[in-house]
Ligand binder design. Structure first.
Ligand SMILES: NC(=O)c1ccc[n+]([C@@H]2O[C@H](COP(=O)([O-])OP(=O)(O)OC[C@H]3O[C@@H](n4cnc5c(N)ncnc54)[C@H](O)[C@@H]3O)[C@@H](O)[C@H]2O)c1
Length: 341
């Protein structure tokens, strides 16, 4: 395997993945709408071929010479999917199917898909869910990811072996930073507000994983033998963590760097995600072990933010829904400004 196409390669996970692929000697082609510009790939400009384009409308020629695909493009959280459920369905489900069909036509056997553990949301709490669980996703985002998985599995055969990675909520530093993910939000709040709010006391559980482990897992699944990973669904997570525990880990780490941080309880939100998953299948059958704990990742983030200098944490670009709403307003009000959807 030599040439990899990364859809959504200029995003939060994609930017970290592209750098890792280059380090491992791959040639990398990216197709991305570039919602956040090319900045996240600036460091790799000489080494990555970047094509501004939409996965809903991808020419087959982008698969010329490609040996494997990592499919990350699409709306990547609940609020953006709810903002435009129809575009979300087209991007996360329909485009996943058409990309898989194009791979089959081009003899690209391996595609890894950035699915989500949020498809376990809404099941009764108190149980640890695995890949055999009969999931009943609630929202537009999780429903579209589940349907995308089903499209891939329906197309799987000897010539096409998708690998589905149900990623836990991701934490960690990326050149395309997101502060709308729980651990990253706490790090930002610890530094910028000195206060972390624990909604409903923060007793809810979530499976979480570091962004570098996500990148490593996709590369592992591109390289692993077909018997171990081909046509399989794997949960990808470091561990299940309680939100309250995350707040304590962040506040302790920030305090060691002389930030004063208070923790306070806040009312329970209308929808609280609370579920636990098992990552055993990927460890045992897939042969991949996530390495980076939340604590280690918090430390890396704090160091990196410090070395970046002043960060405008309130800039909408760090929050997907805020950024897309802003771009959509520009589309409505400025002639010629394209829609993000
Ligand atoms: N970050 C997480 O916690 C998490 C957890 C589980 C699953 N995922 C999934 O992993 C993938 C990557 O997530 P992320 O956090 O890097 O998100 P992100 O929003 O930072 O990146 C998505 C990238 O895809 C691009 N994109 C969006 N729609 C596109 C389209 N129609 N055509 C081409 N490019 C498009 C965007 O410009 C962006 O660069 C997503 O599919 C997301 O659903 C993310």
């Amino acid at each position: 395997m030599k040439r990899i196409l990364v859809t959504g390669g200029a995003g939060y996970i994609g930017a970290v993945l592209c750098e890792m692929l280059i380090e491992r000697g791959y040639d990398v082609r990216v197709i991305d709408r570039l919602y956040w510009g090319e900045g996240p790939l600036a460091k790799l400009r000489e080494n990555v071929e970047v094509i501004r384009g939409d996965v809903r409308d991808m020419p087959d020629s982008l698969l010329d010479g490609i040996d494997g695909v990592v499919h990350m493009a699409g709306l990547s959280n609940d609020p953006t999917a709810e903002y435009n459920p129809s575009a979300n369905w087209q991007m996360n489900t329909v485009a996943t199917k058409t990309l898989a069909e194009a791979c089959k036509r081009h003899g690209v056997q391996r595609l890894t898909f950035g699915s989500s553990c949020s498809i376990y949301d809404g099941l009764p709490t108190g149980t640890i869910y695995d890949e055999t669980t009969d999931v009943r996703p609630r929202g537009a985002y999780a429903t579209s990811k589940k349907a995308g998985e089903e499209e891939l599995m329906a197309l799987a055969d000897d010539t096409f072996q998708p690998v589905i990675l149900r990623q836990g909520t991701v934490y960690g530093y990326s050149p395309r930073m997101r502060y709308d993910l729980v651990v990253n939000t706490f790090v930002k709040d610890a530094i910028s507000k000195g206060r972390l709010s624990l909604h409903g006391g923060g007793w809810m559980f979530r499976p979480l994983v570091d962004v570098t482990d996500v990148a490593r897992a996709h590369i592992h699944c591109l390289e692993a033998s077909i018997e171990n990973v081909g046509g399989q669904i794997f949960n990808l997570m470091h561990d299940n963590y309680q939100i309250r525990e995350l707040a304590m880990l962040v506040s302790g780490s920030a305090q060691m760097r002389k930030f004063h941080v208070e923790l306070s309880e806040a009312p329970m939100p209308a929808i609280a995600r609370d579920y636990k998953c098992s990552g055993d299948k990927l460890r045992q059958m897939g042969g991949f072990q996530p390495q980076v704990s939340v604590l280690e990742s918090i430390e890396t983030m704090l160091k990196q933010i410090e070395s970046d200098g002043t960060v405008d944490f309130h800039h909408p670009r760090y929050y997907n829904i805020a950024w897309m709403t802003l771009l959509e307003e520009a589309h409505a009000n400025l002639e010629g400004f394209p829609s993000v959807f």
